[in-house]
Design a binder for this molecule. Structure first.
Ligand code: GRF
Length: 207
């Protein structure tokens, strides 16, 4: 049984998609053991509680310095007996100690087709604004492993979404979530839980 800790900061629709996919048997041999938010007001915490999952807030504001916050975050992830860390709208920059300790065991969802519209500063609506500014006809979402860079880790799954002439950043964001994010994140977790995902020469191989 793959033990998953989900890190969130906001609304938690990707968390909900994972919870629903687990309940529907679309993700097999896995369970969410803990949800951690840096933001006490994140609705994702309520979603976790509603699903009977342990939900904790670890806010940097309640610690004297960043180091203490990082220590508490890592301790909580360790204590949950975590096999896989899932970043589902997590706005915290992860400490390098955490990334190396859980190397190959942290995944993130990015709301664009990496390497487009990714890297520093590309989060939230900004990603979709940039896609519309450039006039791309296709955008989408990417699930990838997390390494020390920003959106640079090995790509696990991607799904394309058509951009419409009348799209606003908000309508595009919503469609990318519905058509791509909420599908490929649960699918990637199931593939990992089934032991089908490996990294070879810096690239993901699915067999
Ligand atoms: C999503 O767009 C995801 O791609 C990005 O942050 C957003 C989180 O939304 N990393 P939610 O909290 O899952 O609703």
């Amino acid at each position: 049984m793959l033990r998953i800790t989900v890190l969130v900061s906001g609304g938690g629709t990707n968390l909900q998609a994972i919870i629903d996919a687990l309940a529907a048997g679309e993700i097999r041999d896995a369970q969410i053991v803990r949800v951690i938010s840096n933001n006490p007001n994140a609705y994702a915490l309520t979603r976790a509680e509603n699903a009977g999952i342990e939900a904790v807030c670890i806010s940097p504001r309640t610690f004297d310095d960043r180091e203490k916050f990082h220590e508490a975050l890592i301790a909580s992830i360790d204590e949950a007996g975590t096999d896989l860390i899932v970043l589902a709208g997590c706005m915290v920059v992860l400490p390098p100690e955490l990334i190396s300790k859980y190397s190959g065991r942290i995944i993130n969802i990015h709301p664009a087709l990496i390497p487009s519209f990714c890297g520093k500063g590309f989060y939230g609506l900004r990603v979709h604004e940039a896609a519309l500014e450039r006039g791309v006809k296709l955008t989408g979402a990417t699930v990838h492993f997390v390494d020390e860079g920003t959106d640079t880790g090995p790509i696990i799954l991607q799904k394309a979404v058509e951009v419409r002439d009348d799209d606003t950043p908000e309508t595009l964001q919503r469609r990318v979530m519905e058509e791509a994010e909420w599908k490929i994140m649960p699918r990637a977790i199931d593939l990992i839980a089934q032991g089908k995902v490996s990294i070879q020469n810096g690239k993901v191989v699915i067999r």
